[in-house]
Every structure is written in structure tokens, then in C-alpha cells.
Write a protein that binds this ligand. Structure first.
Ligand code: ADP
Ligand code: MG
Length: 681
């Protein structure tokens, strides 16, 4: 770095603040925006409101103090056709920059004031006649920080480009460059920093967006081929005794969609390839049954199974359900959650390690150190969107390459699925069990609370149950819990003195939570006032009303999940959003919710409203950090990149061909991809 003109030791240190450590970082430190100052004009032709660049000789430098506390610097330039003033307020130091008779460029929006054209706070630069960086062109605007000015940064980038361009090696395969007509790296780099035209900027952007997506897809393709290698996987037995017994006892038939995805999963498990499968199915589609079948299959083959869920409430629910269903078949089920007493935990861990427990259900507690399975054959993650990609890997490492099934009710729009879950095979349950009626969703304001509650009473009198959900915003958990508590008291005292109302929130002791959930499940509670702890997975088919307070405070995906807690049985169910949104986006969300019950539609809308980063929230660590590409706008490019990457890995699985050598280097160096992983045959 310090060999670049104008950098030296001092700037080498400063640039580190921007994570620019090597030449590569500098060349790939792309502008976050551009100012188009490429339109130059004669002063005589100026019009107010135009964004232009004007070139002229300094004819006058003036400092005015119209009142105390205000200092105005006016610099007049002339190009022979007229005079233009650059105007600065309270920036006295600027005066020193200018000298009479020196030619400058001023860029900015033109105004007409007291008989003169002027530009307030113009971008300016002394004319170099060859090499202007800050005006008279499309000017890059970099993300920067205190102590590193735009101008300095532009200069350093420019010097870096001048010194090293031509020596940068193109690493994208030649046939890909030709096929998509991409700019060569040595041309694309200057064009993304100092574009000669808007068209060239667009082309440079297209190349770098592709490059980013292509590398990402290469890694996914490698992971996939790594996972599919014959030597790694567990070959589950074709015997189906336990599975068949369970299916016989099941009070319903599998839906067509369930039967189909089960065949897909069964096929994976019986093959000697490693299963890495994502099971998508909207809320209430019946994913748990499929998980149960897969767990039975692994036990049948002599292995242990694990099922991880994001909340204790859900883990507990799965545990109770599986215990009921599977203990009669002779299986041992264990529940591993953070709240276990030390002694219970120790005993459980020993039993797991000794192989005495067939199926372990748990929360994050499952992937902690010190938890060892005797022989884990299958790891399942429920509500995968609540976990990160890392946690999936950690669970998988609890065994010797167990098969992995991840399940999610949050439908992932296709573009995102290709980016985040691109190494997984996908099965979709695209059909709800028979007899389900779509949940009727209504948006109501605070004003009509009384009417909402009289409707609620009618439903309870029919024998149904209800949820009332209060928002939980992490920063003020305490306040939220207080307001949920207050609401439950108010409902009990003012509206429903004769009904059984209970409160559930995350700060309650686990045993208390369990009791409340159990009472609700068996129908001893009419109305459950809860925070979002019940957001995912909870299954009480008799509940038919979901009332969501301050619904505008939830994202679409969350609202859809919450709504999914009702409509899980044969009863017509209702979701009532109580909301007085103050933003357009809030209004938009309420409208989308009342219009559609289709999780895919809602997820696509959500993605558009919030953008990919927000869509997954901070929980989703698997969302790659894309600098140039925008997976919404660039979805076509993403598909191309995926096709190309998978074809390349198919043709050259370990990137051993000479023409792919540089690419391999990039993956190892920049992404720490370990090619040893592939050396297995
Ligand atoms: P999710 O996909 O949201 O996890 P669950 O697995 O909890 O859904 O299933 C929701 C409800 O549907 C449960 O009560 C379950 O017993 C029931 N169910 C699942 N499959 C069927 C089916 N094929 N026919 C009828 N009911 C089913
Ligand atoms: Mg579920």
C-alpha cells in the first residue's frame, strides 16, 4: 500500500480504518454513489435548477459579514461568456484555496440571485487539464470516515489504479466473460471508480455484481458436491417397520404433498449420499409428521435422532407430542433445554452419550459443548429461519456426518433461497391438510375494541380458545411485559370476569411457562395473553382467534407466523389486527395481511418492503454480505451466476484445471474455502 503515490506510512495506517489493508482492498473499495458532474456548460447558457459543471478563471474573491456569526465567501469565476459565483457559508478557510487567475471547475446546482448565477457549496477543483477527479466527470462518492476526505480517497484510489492497472489478473473464466460480454477486470475497475459514461458504469457494475454472485454460488456448489460425495453420508436401512407402525396409528392420512416429500427424504436417507434438505411448508402444513417419520427411520437403522427448535415452548411441545406418539413404539425420548437442573442435565447427557436415548429434542442447548451423541444419524432443525447457517453446521458436527433436514414455515423467496440455502435440496409441502379453512383476517383500530371483544366472547362460547398477542421489542422487554400484564388484568376485570385468562411471556420461569401452555393445550384456559414467545410452531388446533395488538409493530413474516397459530384444525379461524399505523409502510403491511393468507405472497411483499438484510433480521447469519449485487434487482444475474457456477464445478469439481487456477486462489484466500474437504475419494 505504501508504494502507492500519496499513501506512505501515515495513510497506510489511516486507511485501515476503512478496512483497506492491501491493494486488493483498495481496488475493490467501490463508491457508494456517484455525482454526475460530467455536463459542462458555458455560463451564458446556464439555467436555474440545472446540475452542471462550469470551468472559469478566478476573477474575484470576496468575504462578506452581513451580521455577526455569519461569514460568506464568494468566489467569482469567468469563462468569457459571464460570471458565476461559488458561495460558501461560514467556511472561512476555503478562501485560502483560491488565487486570482487560476482556472477552477465548479459543480453543483445553479441558482440565479441578485443578477448573478451562483452555486452554493459547489464541488470544486483546480483544473489540471488532464486528470480531474472531483468535477467535470461522473464523480465517485466513497463510504468514508472522519479524517479521510472524499478528495483524498479519490486521489489514493486513482493513484492505485494508475500504478497497478494492467497487472491485475482476470480470474473469471474466459468463456464466461465472452458469453455474457463482461468488461475485463482491468477495464471494469477504472470504470466502476471513475466511469467515463453512465453506460460504462452500468457495465462495470454488472460485471462486479455477477462476480460477487458467481463466487458465492461457486462456494455453494462446492459445498453441495462435498456433501453429495458418496463416501460421506450415512446409508439408512430400507426397513420401515417403525415408520409403518406409526403411520398405522396416525389418525389421518398423509396429504399428497406430505407423501411426496417423505419419499424425497426417504430416498436421501437410504442413499449413501449425505442428506442436506430444506423442507418448506406454510404454517400448519404438517411438517412435524414428516420430521417424526425421518426420526423413526434413523432409529430403525440403529442411530439417534436430534430435533432442535428455537424456543423452549416449542421444544417442549415437540417433546410431549413425540413422547405420546413414540413411547408406545418403544422409543426413548429426551428433552434438553437450558432450564434443566444440573443433576437432570448430567443424567440426560450421560444417557445420550451411552445411546440410551433414541431421540433428543432441544433448544440451542443441543449444540453446546459437552453434548455428545453415541451415534447421531439425523439432525433436524425446526424453524430454521430462526437459526444461522453456523448453528446448522454445529449440530451436524455432533455426529459423523449425519443426515440433515431443516424445516421452515417462513417461505423463502426464490432469489433468497438461491443465495442463503443454495447448497440445500428443497422439498415443498404445497398443500394444507384437508378441511382447513383460510383464516379470515381483519384490520381494526383501537376504537372498536368493544366490538372485537364481543366477537371474541361469541367464539369462546362456541367452545373455542383465543390468543391475544402484545408486541415485544427487544430494547424494552420489561415495558412490553408490563403492558402485556396490564392487558391481561384489564381483560379479566373489565371484559371477561367469567372467563379463564392467563399470561405468558419470556421472563417467566420455564416450569410456569410449561404449566400455562399445558393448561391452554387441554382447554383449561380460554384466552392466552402472550408476548411473541408463541410466534413459532405452537400448535393448539382448538384455538380459533388470534388478536394482535399494535400489529404495525410486527414485520409481515412475523404477522404471518402469528396468524399461523390459528386455523390449524377444522374450525373457521380469525385473525384480528388491532392497529393505528402512523407510516405508509405500516398501512401497506396491514393491507397485505388482510388480502392474502399465502405465505409465499407475503414473503415476496416483505422482501420488497424491507429488503433482504432486514428480511432475515440479525438472526440470519447466513445472509452473505453483498457489496455490489442486489439480489432483488439482480435476480436474473443471480440465476446466470448459479447456472455457470454449478456447471463449472460439475466440469472441474476441485478447480484443478489450469484456467481455473486463479479462481481457486480467490476462493481459498478470500473465502477460506478448504479444498482438502473435497479430497475424499
Ligand atoms: P407445521 O407445518 O406448521 O409445523 P404441524 O406439523 O404442527 O404444522 O401440523 C399442524 C396440525 O396439522 C397438527 O395438529 C397436525 O396434527 C395436523 N396435521 C398434519 N398433517 C395432517 C394431515 N395429513 N391431515 C390432517 N391433519 C394433519
Ligand atoms: Mg411446526
Amino acid at each position: 500500500m505504501k508504494y502507492i503515490k500519496g499513501v506512505g506510512d501515515y495513510w497506510t495506517k489511516r486507511l485501515k480504518r476503512l478496512e483497506i489493508k492491501e491493494l486488493k482492498d483498495l481496488l475493490y473499495y467501490f463508491p457508494r454513489d456517484y455525482n454526475d458532474w460530467s455536463q459542462t456548460k458555458k455560463i451564458r447558457e446556464l439555467k436555474t435548477g440545472e446540475n452542471v459543471t462550469v470551468q472559469g478563471k478566478v476573477v474575484n474573491i470576496n468575504e462578506i459579514k452581513p451580521r455577526s456569526g455569519l461569514k460568506i465567501i464568494k468566489v467569482a469565476i469567468s469563462d468569457g461568456t459571464g460570471i458565476l459565483h461559488g458561495v460558501w457559508f461560514n467556511q472561512g478557510y476555503i478562501k485560502k484555496t483560491f488565487r486570482k487567475d487560476v482556472t477552477f471547475l465548479f459543480s453543483g446546482e445553479v441558482k440565479y440571485s441578485y443578477g448573478n448565477f451562483e452555486i452554493n457549496n459547489p464541488h470544486f477543483e483546480e483544473v489540471d487539464f488532464q486528470d480531474n477527479l472531483h468535477t467535470g466527470r461522473i464523480v465517485p462518492v466513497y463510504p468514508t470516515t472522519k479524517g479521510i476526505s472524499q478528495k483524498k480517497l479519490r486521489r489514493i484510489v486513482k493513484n492505485g489504479l494508475d500504478k497497478y492497472l494492467g497487472d491485475v489478473e482476470e480470474f473469471l473464466p474466459e468463456d464466461i466473460i465472452n458469453k455474457h460480454k463482461f468488461l475485463d477486470l482491468n477495464y471494469a475497475l477504472p470504470m466502476i471508480h471513475f466511469p467515463e459514461s453512465k453506460e460504462l458504469l452500468k457495465e462495470a457494475r454488472r460485471r462486479f455484481a455477477y462476480e460477487e454472485l458467481f463466487v458465492l454460488q461457486l462456494i455453494l456448489a462446492l459445498k453441495k458436491s462435498e456433501a453429495q460425495s458418496d463416501k460421506l453420508g450415512i446409508k439408512h436401512s430400507k426397513e420401515n417397520g417403525l415408520v409403518d407402525k406409526f403411520l398405522d396409528l396416525l389418525p389421518f392420512d398423509l396429504t399428497k404433498a406430505q407423501a411426496r416429500v417423505w419419499q424425497e427424504i426417504k430416498g436421501d436417507m437410504e442413499s449413501n449420499r449425505n442428506m442436506n434438505r430444506l423442507l418448506q411448508g406454510d404454517v400448519g402444513a404438517g411438517k412435524t409428521v414428516i420430521a417424526t417419520l425421518a426420526l423413526l427411520k434413523t432409529v430403525q437403522s440403529g442411530f439417534q435422532g436430534a430435533l432442535m427448535a428455537p424456543t423452549e415452548i416449542l421444544a417442549e411441545q415437540h417433546y410431549l407430542g413425540l413422547k405420546d406418539d413414540l413411547e408406545p413404539l418403544g422409543l426413548e425420548i429426551g428433552l434438553l433445554v437450558g432450564s434443566l437442573k444440573a443433576k437432570e442435565k448430567k443424567e440426560l447427557l450421560e444417557a445420550i452419550e451411552a445411546g440410551e436415548i433414541d431421540i433428543v429434542i432441544g433448544t440451542h442447548a443441543l449444540i453446546q459443548e459437552g453434548i455428545n451423541f453415541s451415534n447421531l444419524g439425523l439432525a433436524i432443525i425446526d424453524e430454521q429461519h430462526r437459526f444461522g447457517v453456523k448453528q446448522r453446521a454445529t449440530l451436524q458436527e455432533k455426529g459423523d456426518n449425519p443426515d440433515v433436514l431443516v424445516m421452515t414455515a417462513t417461505p423463502i423467496p426464490r432469489t433468497l433461497a438461491l443465495t442463503v440455502y443454495g447448497d440445500l435440496d428443497v422439498s415443498v409441502i404445497d398443500e394444507l391438510p384437508p378441511g382447513r379453512k383460510p383464516v379470515i383476517t381483519e384490520w381494526r383500530t383501537q376504537q372498536v375494541r368493544d366490538r372485537i371483544y364481543s366477537f371474541l366472547r361469541e367464539e369462546i362460547e362456541k367452545g373455542r380458545q383465543a390468543y391475544v398477542v402484545c408486541p415485544l421489542v427487544e430494547e424494552s422487554e420489561k415495558l412490553d411485559i408490563e403492558s402485556a400484564t396490564e392487558l391481561s388484568i384489564k381483560l379479566q376485570n373489565e371484559y371477561f370476569p367469567d372467563l379463564k385468562i392467563a399470561l405468558l411471556h419470556g421472563k417467566m420461569k420455564p416450569t410456569e411457562k410449561e404449566e400455562v401452555m399445558e393448561d391452554f393445550r387441554i382447554g383449561d384456559i380460554d384466552i392466552l395473553v402472550s408476548t411473541t414467545v408463541i410466534e413459532v410452531g405452537v400448535n393448539v388446533p382448538n384455538a380459533s382467534v388470534m388478536i394482535i395488538e399494535d400489529a404495525q409493530r410486527f414485520g409481515l413474516a412475523q404477522l404471518h407466523q402469528l396468524r399461523g397459530r390459528v386455523g390449524r384444525g377444522q374450525y373457521q379461524s380469525y385473525c384480528i389486527l388491532i392497529s393505528d399505523p402512523s407510516t405508509d409502510e405500516g398501512v401497506e403491511r396491514m393491507k397485505i395481511m388482510t388480502k392474502s393468507t399465502d405465505g409465499f405472497v407475503i414473503a415476496e411483499e416483505d422482501l420488497h418492503l424491507r429488503g433482504p438484510g432486514e428480511f432475515f433480521g440479525t438472526r440470519q447469519h447466513g445472509m452473505p454480505d453483498l457489496k455490489v449485487a442486489d439480489i432483488l434487482r439482480d435476480h436474473k444475474l443471480l440465476e446466470l451466476a448459479r447456472e455457470d457456477a454449478f456447471a463449472l464445478i460439475k466440469d472441474d469439481p476441485r478447480l484443478e484445471k489450469r484456467e481455473n487456477k486463479l479462481l481457486k486462489g480467490i476462493l481459498t484466500e478470500n473465502f477460506n474455502y478448504d479444498f482438502e474437504l473435497l479430497d475424499i475419494s
